[in-house]
Structures are given as C-alpha cells and as structure tokens.
Design a protein around this ligand. Structure first.
Ligand SMILES: [Zn+2]
Length: 403
C-alpha cells in the first residue's frame, strides 16, 4: 500500500523528481530497505543509492535497523531500513463532526503532540465552530510552546467543491452553505488550511494507520449523526471529479418515510443515525434519559436495534459493493463503531443483496481508530503537505488529498 506520487511538477529536474519519489516511498512505508526501493521504483541500484545518500545528507531520512526477519526468510542479517525524520515543523488538524469538534497538533510526521475534544452543534453555528476550532488550536500551541503551524487540515461533515472550496449543498450542513471554510479558518489561525470531507479523511486515516492497512481497494463508512463514505481505490483516496464522491447519506430508501433534515423523506441518514438509534433506545429503555443514552451492544434489545440499523445501512452498501467491488468495508463514526451487532447487520444485508461472489470476497469490520479516524486522517494529510509530498496548501483553497 504505497500512495503513488502524481503531484510533482514536470518542471522539477528528473534527478530531483527521483529523489522526491524515493522520499515519498520512505514516508509511506518506514520498513523499506535499499533493495526494496530498487524493486519498487525499477530504477538502477546506483540511482537509488545516490538519491538515498542525498536524502541522508539533507537529514530528511535516517538509517535504522530492520526488525529481524523470522527463520526461513533467507537472510540472517538484519537489513538497514530508512525512516523519515521530522523537520521540526508542527502541523494542525481539525475534525468538525455534526455534534463535536476535535483538534490536534502533531509533528510533521503526523505523530500527535496534543489533542482536545468538545461537544458543539457544528451544523447550525459555522462561525462559532470555526472560532472554537481556532481557539482550541491556539490553546494547544500555547500549552506546548508551539509558535506557528506549518499547515492545518480540517475535515467537515459535508460536500465541499474541490474547485471552489465552497460548501455546496443547501440540504447538508445548511449553516455552512456558501462559506469558504479554508479562507475563514486561515484568517483565524494564520496558517495555510486545507479542507476535506470528513469521511474521505476517515478513509485516509484508516488506510495509513487503521483497519484499511494492506487493502488497495476499500470503502470507509462514517455513520454518526449523518452517513458519509470515503473510497480508497488502488491504494489512494478517491474523491471524484469535483471532490463530492461518497455522499451516500441522502440515498432514498424505497420503503421508508422518515423525514430527513434535507426536507425529503426516507433518506438513509434519516433512518441510520445516532439520533435515530438513541430515540429507539430511549423508547425501549424507559429508565434512560435524553442526553445520557448508552448504546450497550451487549444489551439484547439494543443489540437488536443496532443490528436492524446495520441491515438498513448494508442494503445501500450492497449496491456500492456491486459497483465498486471493494476488498473491505470499514465502519467508522460513533454509530459504525457501536459494536458487533451493527457489523453483523451490515454483513447480513450485503450477503443478501450484493452479488454472491462480491460479498464472499468482502471483509466488513469496525474502524481500528474508532471515532478518531477523521482526526488521524487530517493529521496525516497535513503532514504530507508540510513535507511537500502534495501541492502547497497556500496556493489553493482546497488541495487534494495525497493521491
Ligand atoms: Zn436527506
């Protein structure tokens, strides 16, 4: 699983491009030996050796001893592998959920320094949410003696047009429509800001550090207050022609009539959402009070409700699986990670409605990073940007995810 390098300018001399390509490989997988780099790039040994020496001399990578390989691996000698070295830059990440805000700072390898979370109605109060995010970042910087941030990646739970950076849909994230969150946040934070869809970042987080590791093609589904999907194709995030791929929350369910916040009836996220399941749990557990609902997947009644929710979600995912034939479906968000019953429900529907061969080859599992997947994805996205593995965030209001 190696993110391809498609972003280096053609104007960069070939020798430098080779060096940057090798640097990108080392950043994507810190277990590579010189022989691995020769094999992966198809370049002559001498060319790879020269590029590695330059990177070592520049202090951008360091040598390290590989983990000893098991018996029968053919070599008793531990190999030398290369790891990226932090340049000392600090980057920031913001995860705006529909009902929460998470903020973190990290070194430019994406290794977290500090993180904070707060409940907030992000949908209706865009300005307040951006103010709060900037304040939290500033507080984290003060607490950790960080003077400035090289770049910040922010995920928002709605569609952002890649070309304009403007929040598009009047029916999703209505309080943000017409806003240019990259510019707004940049003005508040004083650093370049990249904006991404939250599910796309969740997919990226799971790809780099979670349940998506080792898969070239998988589907990440964030199910929480809303439902969104992030696609990984050929080992890289796929965001579509204008960055709107994966907006599955308002897929109509033919047999449902629940009113959706978009004004239509029977949308997927009107049925599959944290709010909907909490109402059902409240209804079936008279002792619970609103605001303190516990989704205990070991409670038989709650487990049944979660499984039914998983089946409804799986019915829509089955169509996506037929179209896209992923190796895995990773369920994220606070609802997607609420326990085994929801996974079982998704599997049941995919098994029933997807092509048998497609379903048989598919793994369904919860996100390993849990509800932090989006934040981790944002940290890695910003880290790639800070190390110039993707285009400069300052040149565009919405740079693409590393691809
Ligand atoms: Zn809707």
């Amino acid at each position: 699983m190696l993110p391809a390098m498609h972003t280096l300018s053609e104007r960069v001399p070939l020798r430098d491009r080779t060096r940057e390509e090798i640097y990108a490989l080392i950043c994507s997988d810190a277990t590579l030996t010189r022989a691995d780099l020769v094999e992966l790039t198809g370049l002559p040994n001498s060319t790879v050796a020269h590029a590695v020496d330059r990177l070592l001399a520049e202090g951008r990578i360091a040598r390290s001893n590989a983990e000893p390989k098991g018996p029968g691996s053919g070599s008793g000698r531990p190999g030398i592998i290369f790891k990226p070295v932090s340049t000392g830059q600090v980057i920031g990440a913001i995860d705006f959920g529909h009902g929460h805000l998470r903020v973190a700072i990290a070194n430019d390898l994406g290794e977290p320094i500090a993180e904070v979370e707060m409940a907030l109605d992000v949908d209706l109060h865009a300005t307040r949410a951006m103010d709060a995010a900037a304040e939290q970042l500033s507080q984290l910087q003060r607490d950790n003696g960080v003077e400035s941030l090289a770049v910040v990646t922010a995920g928002i739970p709605g569609p952002v047009d890649r070309h304009t950076g403007i929040v598009r849909s009047p029916t999703i994230l209505s309080g943000w429509v017409g806003l240019d969150p990259a510019s707004e946040l940049r003005r508040r934070i004083g650093a370049p800001v990249r904006i991404e869809n939250d599910a796309a970042l969740g997919a990226y987080g799971e790809l780099i550090q979670g349940a998506g590791r080792g898969y070239q093609d998988f589907l990440y589904v964030k199910a929480s207050h809303g439902v969104g999907a992030g696609l990984v194709v050929n080992g890289a995030p796929y965001t579509g022609a204008t960055g709107l791929a994966g907006e599955i929350g308002h897929t109509p369910l033919s047999d449902r009539t629940e009113l959706c916040r978009c004004g239509r009836r029977g949308c997927l996220e009107a049925v599959v959402s944290l709010q909907a399941i909490e109402e059902q749990v409240l209804h079936t557990h008279p002792g619970m009070v609103p605001g303190a609902v516990v989704l205990d997947s070991h409670d038989p009644v709650t487990a049944r409700l979660l499984e039914e929710t998983g089946r409804t979600l799986g019915r829509v995912l089955a169509d996506l699986c037929n179209l896209f034939n992923p190796a895995a479906v990773v369920l994220g968000g606070s609802l997607g990670t609420a326990g085994e019953p929801i996974v079982a429900g998704v599997i049941a529907s995919i098994s029933r409605y997807a092509q048998p061969a497609t379903a048989a080859a598919l793994v369904v599992k919860p996100a390993e990073l849990g509800v932090r997947a989006e934040l981790v994805g944002a940290l890695h996205s910003a880290s790639q940007c800070a190390r110039r593995l993707v285009p400069d965030a300052g040149s565009s209001s919405r740079a693409p995810l590393p691809a």
